[in-house]
Design a protein around this ligand. Structure first.
Ligand SMILES: Nc1nc2c(c(=O)[nH]1)N[C@H]1C(S)=C(S)[C@@H](COP(=O)(O)OP(=O)(O)OC[C@H]3O[C@@H](n4cnc5c(=O)[nH]c(N)nc54)[C@H](O)[C@@H]3O)O[C@H]1N2
Ligand SMILES: Nc1nc2c(c(=O)[nH]1)N[C@H]1C(S)=C(S)[C@@H](COP(=O)(O)OP(=O)(O)OC[C@H]3O[C@@H](n4cnc5c(=O)[nH]c(N)nc54)[C@H](O)[C@@H]3O)O[C@H]1N2
Ligand code: SF4
Ligand SMILES: [Mo]
Length: 747
């Protein structure tokens, strides 16, 4: 069974020699051979300025692509009216054109075939590829029910396939950006305040007097608006407190750096809560009016003194006290940042709850310089028939686990795709769009087993990423610079709408996802759900409902709308939070009802054995996950990752600067490739740090292949959060191999 779907290296096929040559030529001359689209308006140099929003990460900065009369995309800049970027893009957004120019892009649909007993891909027409997908989906529906189709997604394209699946009769839609990312924080804040902090986060950093970052490495985590606001706040004298085992960029700009022993944050948070309550520093008026459960919380944290926390976190009691006092001095203009990637140690909802409670004690939500109330433009949905009601959905794949999961969990959908005796709810087909599961989801063996068991695996991507090698059908999407997409309508401080339109026509045989989803839909009898010829019709219709039009948006790119509701709590108002009682929950009845601790508790986690170091990972400013490792504009800024090692450790191991080593984890898994050693005091001796997203092992990524190391392959242990299924990935430990390991020892 395990050889049913063999991994195919697209490059090994000598595939599309002509397409590849075409690619190389286009890499040099851009899109000059292609017709450009006539919308937009003239610049002095004859360049057109075309409205877009960035897809290099999910901050979605609004910007302009400048296109020369020859049809080349010359540059991309930020839209000055956009409060999310204020006219400035980050290095990744500026380099986004490298996605369009990438010579390794997917160029035509590909179909898996067996030739002389060997599995391979052949180029296919869209007609053929779409017919194949539609045929298989119909078959799956007849045999197993529509619910047996699942979608894995990330980014703009996921929306159209979500719609397709909902119309088909399935709501098994899942994204690693929940269980592997923001899920624990969303759940923790939801339990406490009745709502999550959203994306972009509702942090009022611009006007804060004190910003507390707990493992949130803003500056390397390059969320544009946050960074701009953070430097504005620093200029205005804000105090930054950073808790990180590594001297992050943010830590280097901080008044207090708390180099915590990794995995012990909850002890620190409990001690901070203790100091705020027992030293009488919390915001009494706010807590009295808006929160409940203070007495229970006070009793709960009685013994969690800074001295107690010192023994766990290695942070000096005075440092804990002083930093707590700084927060209280700044309150309510203080933010204990909720973080974003919060699936760390398996008790992450508890940690996020502690962070939420601190914000509650300080009175930050609803006050200037704290967390604000968001508002967005409500766009009506384009009319469509009612979705059929699925007879089961992702909740059933939980089998009674993770009762607080508000979104589907990647690993349970993967698990549900492996048939087993007595398993009632089995997934038989996947559409995967905009997510490179092989690099983003831990537990590779489980993933491989699931992919081998499927009846259908469709991958929609722009690049030949690892995941494409497992597909039955690969559908090449055009990049964000070559397509219309849904309007950006995310709520934030100011309601805005932003448009993405094509700067140039799609290169090669690539197509936008809205078109792909519609084509599949029509082939499986769902034409009524796609009653438009072009997404432009949908956008124009939606815009006209909110007093604009597509032609206006093509001209301005971004439109601001006046707020109808207050940004902060109006003085004296009886504000109700979105919890059941309307009050902030220090002691969560909901957690208690499910048998979980109703207030945060500290639990010790596994420690490295002698000779091993905790593997921690994060971001670099010039890359996004694994998606940019082949982008020629961005690799010029950072070609590969390195492993950060403390000088004491380097000395112990005799490691030299820039030496290449292989990493081996606690389960004997060895990295596919060697990685450069960076010796630095900026990391604690008990941990090593690597930037996620490198070490690609798919040869068609001609630049990224073999450069650096992939953290995911070394994450073979996960700690699952029992409340909502988040997969904590930081309980893995590595050691160094100075010699190249024997081939058979590798994964
Ligand atoms: N080990 C480890 N694992 C992690 C993380 C980590 O730090 N370390 N981070 C976690 C976090 S925070 C998150 S949010 C997830 C993110 O993980 P994913 O959801 O996998 O997100 P990306 O890495 O952005 O997805 C990249 C895929 O999208 C494709 N793509 C890019 N643009 C387009 C497009 O326009 N259309 C289509 N169809 N495809 C496109 C890329 O080519 C690539 O295959 O990973 C999580 N997993
Ligand atoms: N440039 C760039 N920016 C990005 C992204 C990107 O790919 N590239 N991705 C975006 C996405 S989707 C996300 S989710 C965010 C993720 O970014 P964040 O939410 O900011 O960060 P994390 O990945 O959780 O945390 C990384 C930091 O945690 C520290 N750390 C590790 N273990 C511990 C610990 O036990 N305790 C504490 N206190 N700190 C610890 C690490 O040293 C590192 O500095 O970044 C976003 N921004
Ligand atoms: S923060 Fe950077 S990569 Fe993300 S959307 Fe904005 S410009 Fe693009
Ligand atoms: Mo994320």
């Amino acid at each position: 069974m395990h050889t049913r779907r063999k991994f195919i290296k697209i490059s090994a096929l000598g595939l599309g020699a002509t397409a590849l040559t075409g690619g190389a030529a286009n890499w040099v001359v851009g899109a000059s051979t292609k017709k450009t689209i006539s919308a937009g308006f003239s610049q002095a140099a004859g360049w057109r300025k075309v409205a877009t929003y960035c897809e290099v990460c999910f901050w979605k900065c609004s910007g302009w692509a400048y296109v020369s009369p020859e049809g080349q995309i010359q540059k991309i800049t930020g839209n000055a009216d956009d409060p999310q970027c204020n006219g400035r893009l980050c290095p990744r957004g500026t380099g986004g054109v490298g996605m369009f120019n990438d010579p390794d892009r997917l160029k035509t649909p590909l179909l898996r075939v067996t030739k002389n007993g060997e599995q391979t891909y052949r180029e296919a027409s869209w007609e053929e590829a779409l017919d194949f997908v539609a045929g298989k989906m119909k078959e799956i529906k007849e045999k197993h029910g529509a619910e047996s189709m699942a979608l894995f997604n990330h980014g703009s394209s996921g929306r159209y396939f979500t719609y397709l699946l909902n119309a088909f009769g399935s709501n098994n839609v899942v994204a690693p950006s929940f269980a592997q990312c923001r899920g624990p924080r969303d759940t923790g804040f939801d339990l406490t305040f009745g709502e999550s902090v959203s994306s972009p986060e509702v942090t009022d950093i611009r006007d804060t007097k004190c910003l507390v970052l707990i493992g949130s490495h803003i500056g390397e985590n390059m969320h544009n608006g946050q960074i701009q606001e953070m430097s504005e706040a620093i200029d205005k004298g804000a105090v930054i407190i950073t808790v990180d085992p590594r001297l992050s960029t943010a830590a280097s700009k901080s008044k207090y750096w708390l180099p915590i022993k990794p995995s012990t944050d909850i002890a620190l948070l409990l001690a901070w809560i203790h100091v705020l309550i027992y030293d009488d520093l919390y915001n009494k008026e706010y807590v009295g009016q808006y929160a409940e459960g203070l007495n229970e919380l006070k009793e709960h944290v009685k013994d969690f003194t800074p001295e107690w926390a010192y023994g766990i976190t290695t942070l000096k009691p005075e440092l804990i006290r002083h930093s707590a006092r700084e927060m209280a001095n700044a309150a309510p203009s203080v933010i204990v940042h909720p973080g974003r990637h919060t699936s760390w140690y398996g008790d992450d909802v508890q940690r996020s709850r502690a962070i939420a409670i601190l914000n509650g004690l300080l009175g930050s939500w609803g006050n200037r310089g704290g967390l604000f109330f968001k508002e967005g433009v409500k766009l009506p949905e384009f009319p469509h028939p009612e979705y059929p009601k699925p007879s089961w959905s992702w909740q059933e794949t939980l089998n009674g686990r993770y009762p607080l999961a508000k979104e589907a969990i990647t690993n349970t959908i993967i698990e549900a795709s492996i048939p087993g005796e007595g398993k009632e709810h089995v997934i038989k087909g996947w559409i995967v769009s905009g997510t490179n599961l092989v690099v983003s989801v831990p537990l590779k063996e489980q993933l491989m087993k699931a992919m081998q068991s499927l009846d259908l695996l469709v991958v929609v991507d722009t690049m030949p990423m690892e995941i494409t090698g497992y597909a039955d059908v690969v559908l090449p999407e055009c990049t964000y610079l070559e397509r219309y997409d849904d309007l950006r309508a995310v709520p934030h401080r100011e309601p805005t709408l932003a448009l993405r339109m094509p700067a140039v026509e799609p290169l090669y045989e690539t197509k936008p996802s809205w078109w792909i989803a519609k084509q599949i839909g029509e082939r499986i009898g769902l034409g009524d759900f796609f009653k438009y010829n072009d997404l432009k019709e949908v956008l124009d219709w939606q815009l006209k409902q909110v007093g604009s039009s597509l032609s206006e948006m093509e001209r301005i790119g971004l439109k601001k709308y006046p707020r109808k509701t207050p940004v902060y709590i109006e003085p004296g108002s009886a504000h109700q939070f979105a919890t059941e009682s309307g009050k902030i929950q220090f002691n969560s009845a909901e957690l208690k009802a499910y048998g979980f601790a109703s207030m945060p508790v500290y639990t010790p986690h596994a420690e490295p054995e002698a000779g091993y170091y905790r593997l921690i990972y994060g971001r670099a400013p010039m890359h996004t996950f694994s998606r940019t490792a082949n982008n020629r504009n961005l690799v010029a800024l950072m070609p590969e990752n390195s492993v950060w090692v403390n000088p004491q450790v380097a000395e112990l191991w005799g490691l030299k600067k820039n030496q290449y080593v292989w990493l081996k984890n606690q389960d004997g898994v060895i990295s596919n490739f060697p990685v450069k050693v960076r010796i630095t005091e900026r990391i604690r001796w008990d941990s090593v740090y690597i930037v996620h997203g490198f070490g690609h092992h798919h040869k068609p990524l001609t630049y990224a292949y073999g450069r650096g190391v992939n953290d995911t392959e070394l994450i073979t242990q996960i700690a699952i959060d029992p409340t909502m299924g988040g997969t904590g990935m930081r309980g893995n430990f590595i050691t160094f191999l100075k010699e190249e390991p024997k081939k058979e020892a590798k994964l």
